[in-house]
Design a protein around this ligand. Structure first.
Ligand SMILES: [Zn+2]
Length: 160
């Protein structure tokens, strides 16, 4: 997969900081891990430079992170879900998929961001509902459609 150049990533980190788009640093985390040591030094001071490990397989990371994000949605974990949506958006940017960034921006954010996460999965052509048990599959499909997880009404937070 194509990824952004090291220079582009550094520029983006500075832009996130300058515009305060990333108060908690979750997006930055995704980006900084993709930098080699020389470029990482431009945006932070690694405490143990000798141990700096650059993440190289962004696709596996993104695929795994997608499963993690889906788990947070199904578990109705609001804060974690919101953080995962930010990180997935940043991974889409890193993988030079501006179309996916736009699709995620365009999707609304009800139900813990389920529609945004579905937009991410669908456009990469990665599994969204696969591997879930049938109850979770049904719940996630509804949430991705902006509905409460349970047709009888959700008691775990969908309605909030
Ligand atoms: Zn629910």
């Amino acid at each position: 997969m194509t990824i952004r150049s090291q220079e582009d990533i550094v520029t983006r980190v500075w832009a996130l900081r300058a515009n305060r788009w990333d108060i908690f640093g979750f997006r930055e985390e995704v980006l900084v891990e993709a930098l080699d040591l020389d470029h990482a030094r431009q945006v932070l001071t690694p405490r143990h430079p000798g141990e700096w490990t650059q993440r190289v397989d962004h696709e596996s990371y993104a695929r795994n992170y997608l499963r993690f994000a889906i788990g947070k949605i199904i578990d109705h974990r609001g804060n974690s879900a919101s953080r995962s949506v930010d990180k997935l958006g940043e991974l889409a940017w890193l993988l030079v998929r501006d179309d996916i960034v736009a699709a995620m921006d365009h999707a609304r954010y009800p139900m813990y961001g389920a529609p945004k996460v579905k937009a991410f999965a669908d456009r990469f052509d990665w599994p969204f509902l696969d591997g879930l048990d049938s109850d979770d599959e049904r719940a996630l499909a509804r949430m991705a459609d902006g509905q409460q997880c349970d047709p009888q009404g959700c008691e775990r937070g969908c309605a909030d």
